[in-house]
Design a protein around this ligand. Structure first.
Ligand SMILES: *Cc1c(COP(=O)(O)O)cnc(C)c1O
Length: 334
């Protein structure tokens, strides 16, 4: 970042180009277009796929509201579906039920570091937009997440696997799509006035920060895996349901999410007591989208909202800190 400042070229430039190449290589696709956030990446992905008014896009209710906002912003209709109870990911059977002649895409967030069931989702026959904001580097049946769908989005928000402060990227193997996305990212130097184009650029200062982490990705991933292994070894005896890793998938532990038994009481009290012991735990999804909309149903998402707890996991968490997390949980649940 200092060298970018010293160069005098601070906005989108050579660092952004290098960051795009680095992330595309990590994800396993031909190219990427860096934009200002993950939410914007979702919006740009939809616009480039020609999705708009009259079209339907399927997405899970158990996710942050960004995918719903992007679908709504392009004028399409979001169709919420439930998740698989154990993996927390979008449920392919519910997707199949929600399909209609107007369905143009399914947004597939790979939640908490675990790939969704891409094989089953592909068999629905609708283009997939993989939302890799929480999961990069994980594998489903030998395929890297982000390399399977028609379009893939990443986020580089402060807490994500790759941090640029803020930022996002939309990636694909389709060079035509990549060109369209590039045109949507800026308003200038175009032969024709496109009312959908906008200023959605990333800066080279952010790209430089992100690029350092692309180059350290394996090291950072190993540290997350080591913390997850510690938690796994220590917490199994406490009656908590630990993260599952279905056959043929790997987990990169963006979040370490445990399920609290009903007998332990409401989650809010548990979160407050753990906070009192110096450990910040959170609901991994603030609120399922259907709850904002006042819709009923979605039993698996409701259950996850009531019982799923996210424990601290990030590369700079020390062994001593991980031990004190385990200690606090032992005191709470023994
Ligand atoms: C963080 C996140 C987003 C949005 O990314 P921003 O960069 O915060 O706009 C979208 N989808 C998922 C699954 C996320 O976790």
């Amino acid at each position: 970042m200092a060298s970018v400042l010293a160069s005098g070229q601070v906005t989108q430039g050579p660092q952004t180009d290098a960051f795009e190449r680095g992330v595309a290589e990590l994800v396993g696709v031909r190219g990427g277009v860096a934009v200002s956030s993950g939410t914007v990446a979702l919006e740009v992905a939809l616009l480039g796929l020609g999705i708009g008014p009259g079209d339907e896009v399927i997405l899970p209710t158990y996710v942050c509201v960004a995918p719903w906002l992007a679908v709504t912003r392009v004028g399409a209709t979001p169709k919420l579906v439930d998740i698989e109870p154990r993996s927390y990911n979008i449920d392919p059977a519910s997707v199949r039920q929600a399909l209609s002649p107007r369905t143009k895409a399914v947004i597939v967030p790979h939640l908490f570091g675990l790939p969704a069931d891409l094989t089953a989702l592909q068999s629905c026959g609708v283009p997939l937009i993989e939302d890799c904001a929480q999961t990069v580097g994980a594998v489903e049946r030998g395929r890297r997440v982000g390399s399977v769908g028609r379009a893939t989005v990443c986020s580089f928000y402060a807490t994500k696997l790759l941090c640029a402060g803020e930022g996002g990227m939309v990636l694909s193997n389709d060079t035509g799509l990549l060109e369209q996305w590039r045109a949507l990212r800026e308003y200038d130097e175009s032969d024709r006035l496109n009312p959908l184009s906008y200023n959605r650029k990333l800066t080279d200062m952010q790209a430089a920060l992100g690029l350092v982490q692309v180059n350290r990705f394996q090291e950072l991933a190993r540290r997350r895996a080591a913390i997850a292994a510690r938690y796994g070894a220590a917490l199994g005896a406490l009656g908590l349901t630990l993260p599952v890793v279905p056959d043929g998938r790997t987990h990169v532990y963006y979040r370490y999410v445990v399920r609290i038994p009903e007998s332990a009481g409401p989650l809010d009290g548990i979160i407050a007591r753990l906070e009192g012991r110096g450990v910040q735990c959170r609901r991994p999804v603030f609120r399922p989208i259907h709850r904002y909309l006042g819709e009923a149903g979605f039993p698996a998402s409701e259950e996850a909202h009531a019982r799923a707890l996210s424990l601290p996991v990030y590369p700079s968490l020390t062994d001593a800190e991980a031990a004190s997390v385990i200690q606090a949980l032992c005191e709470e649940f023994r």
